[in-house]
Design a protein around this ligand. Structure first.
Ligand code: FES
Length: 585
């Protein structure tokens, strides 16, 4: 059986801006290029009739190394079903996949590479819209960064959270409980048999971490941005709800392609402000600040940390999820998921922001109905925490800013002055933190240098362990400061993303053991008590050597990576045209 070739695609390829005739390979003869493309795709059994449909790309980020994406085959099948139901042609293709625990030295090192892979594959291959399937921490930011640079209609689908497990009758989930149990093991409160038992229970199924870590935060942010369909952030990976969301996402992608609903109509300042509100109200991962800055940078917007802090002062934490609260993503889903949170946040949101469905956020919330009684999302009147989860700090130790997850910090340490105990880099920390002769006391401040973007691609090493000898005495938290990041699942009084980083000559480079440092979260300040004469002396005695690499991706990374406040993106990937700052003040 044969089909009649499409008039548009076979005869006038030069006029075609959609479907299979889009973005032809350059052979110097456009008619021949399309002829050849169709010959090859027909080798896979496609008919001309199928090839006339809107082409919807689907990023396949399944990998044996990525159990957070372990439901990829089921999601792909459902997305394809949705695309076919709506009259589109699904075309899946692979891109890099990143899992936190299988990305050496750190997944952040590879986020920009994944964004470049996504961007270039979206440009290179013919598609009228794309479904971006991601989930594990760096994948959603990488996909949104890449798609933002391309400008196609794009819709995000997250893989969904894992289920919780049970250890000796206690509910556990990755990875706040991973850290809590490891802390107990280090403090010798539990033995090696128990730590081995709990290891079997922390990740009870495929899917992303079950608390308000970076993956869950980015899932909620994607929905708040309007780039994922309403209600799509919270269904766990292994549920029928997740599969239905995937099917619906496929349908939406076809409608977006037909309507020409491009990503720039979705990722507007209003949408970014909604995302910031949600980040703050969910006590979300500090990493999301870096990722939001990077995504915004691709659209030409600069993240204004001071304006973000103003948002933080009037956006209370409402979501009772670990590590700021007590619950897990599956509980959030049972409580109605994002529509429940957004409904409560309504007075603080830009309801006119457009979503991928073609409706505004306000219209979608109206359609979601009045909600029901639940206890996971608190009210604006009786929040979980009176301010936003993240506070922005400035001071002579961090002229470009630093952040602290105040909702997961120890209130007793939020106004604290102490003596610095300094580690020069991650290796120095590993070598000395548990040394019995380490000169450290519970009210000291632990400082880790050289884990910033240029030095080390910002590993999640900012959650410095409590020195073993103090942990054994029952010390659970100390003020810790670094130019790196920490996992969104971590907790404690931890100052992160100190900018500029030590490796490029930020003040952190010259902090020494015994210096006094003062943290005041209420004043939003981080001050280092050293006079300018002493600083000059230290700077001339120990000039910084900005790190570089000889070859390959490492060379590109070290040469072009920006600081945390610019999203640690590569300088040549940000938008060329500046559209102003977000959030708008
Ligand atoms: Fe993938 Fe936590 S390791 S989401």
């Amino acid at each position: 059986m044969t089909d009649k070739p499409s008039q548009q695609s076979s005869i006038h390829p030069e006029a075609a801006t959609s479907g299979m005739a889009k973005g032809l390979t350059n052979y110097g003869d456009r008619g021949f290029s399309l002829f050849l493309r169709k010959a090859f795709i027909k080798g896979a059994g496609f008919t001309d009739k199928a090839l006339e449909r809107p082409v919807i790309g689907i990023t396949n980020t399944g990998s044996s190394y990525n159990p957070c994406h372990g439901n990829m085959p089921q999601l792909m099948e459902a997305v394809k079903r949705g695309i076919l139901m709506a009259g589109g042609l699904p075309m899946d293709f692979p891109t890099i996949s990143l899992h936190e625990s299988f990305s050496q030295p750190t997944s952040m090192y590879l986020r920009n590479l994944m964004s470049m892979d996504t961007e270039e594959m979206l440009r290179a291959q013919p598609m009228d819209a794309v479904v971006l399937i991601g989930g594990c921490d760096k994948t959603v930011p990488a996909q949104l960064m890449g798609a933002a640079s391309v400008g196609l209609p794009a819709v995000q689908l997250v893989t969904g959270s894992m289920l919780t497990g049970s250890h000796r009758s206690e509910r556990v989930g990755a990875c706040t409980d991973c850290r809590r149990y490891w802390g107990k093991f280090r403090a010798e409160e539990i033995d090696s048999e128990e730590i081995s038992d709990v290891n079997n229970q922390l990740v009870a199924s495929v899917g992303t971490c079950s608390v308000a870590g970076t993956a869950s935060t980015m899932a909620c942010i994607a929905e708040a941005l309007g780039i994922a369909i309403p209600g799509s952030a919270s269904p766990p990976a292994v549920t029928a709800d997740r599969i239905r969301i995937a099917e619906r996402t496929g349908e939406v992608a076809v409608h977006m392609a037909r309507a020409g609903l491009t990503i720039d109509q979705i990722l507007t300042p209003a949408a970014f402000e909604n995302a910031i509100r949600v980040l703050l109200a969910m006590g979300g991962s500090t990493n999301a600040i870096v990722h939001l800055a990077a995504i915004a940078g691709r659209m030409g917007y600069e993240l204004d940390l001071k304006a973000l802090d103003v948002f933080s002062r009037n956006t209370p934490v409402l979501l009772d999820l670990k590590p700021s609260g007590d619950h897990y993503m599956e509980d959030f889903h049972a409580a109605g998921g994002m529509p429940t949170l957004l409904r409560e946040l309504k007075p603080l949101l830009n309801l006119e922001a457009l979503t991928v469905t073609g409706k505004t956020l306000g219209e979608e919330l109206e359609a979601a109905g009045p909600g029901f009684k639940q206890t996971i999302v608190k009210t604006l009147k009786e929040p979980l925490y009176p301010q936003g989860g993240i506070a922005v700090l400035h001071g002579n130790l961090a002229p470009g800013g630093a952040i602290i997850k105040q909702s997961a910090a120890n209130p007793a340490l939020m106004e604290h002055e102490g003596r610095a105990v300094v580690f020069e880099n991650a290796e120095d920390l590993a070598a000395r933190i548990d040394a019995p002769d380490l000169d450290v006391q519970a009210n000291d401040i632990l400082v880790l240098k050289n884990i910033g973007p240029k030095a080390a691609a910002m590993p999640e090493a900012g959650y410095l362990p409590i020195p073993k000898k103090l942990a054994a005495q029952g010390v659970k938290d100390m003020v810790r400061i670094s130019d790196g990041r920490m996992s969104g699942t971590a907790f404690g009084t931890i100052v992160l993303h100190v900018t500029p980083e030590a490796a490029i000559g930020g003040p952190l480079a010259w902090v020494q053991n015994g210096d006094r440092i003062k943290l005041s979260v209420s004043q939003r300040s981080i001050e280092w008590m050293v006079d300018s004469a002493e600083l000059d002396r230290r700077q001339s005695a120990q000039p910084v050597q900005v790190p570089s690499a000889e070859r390959g991706y490492a060379h590109l990374f070290k040469k072009t990576v920006l600081q945390a406040d610019r999203g640690a993106d590569f300088d040549f990937l940000t938008a060329t045209e500046s559209k102003g700052a977000i959030p708008r003040s």
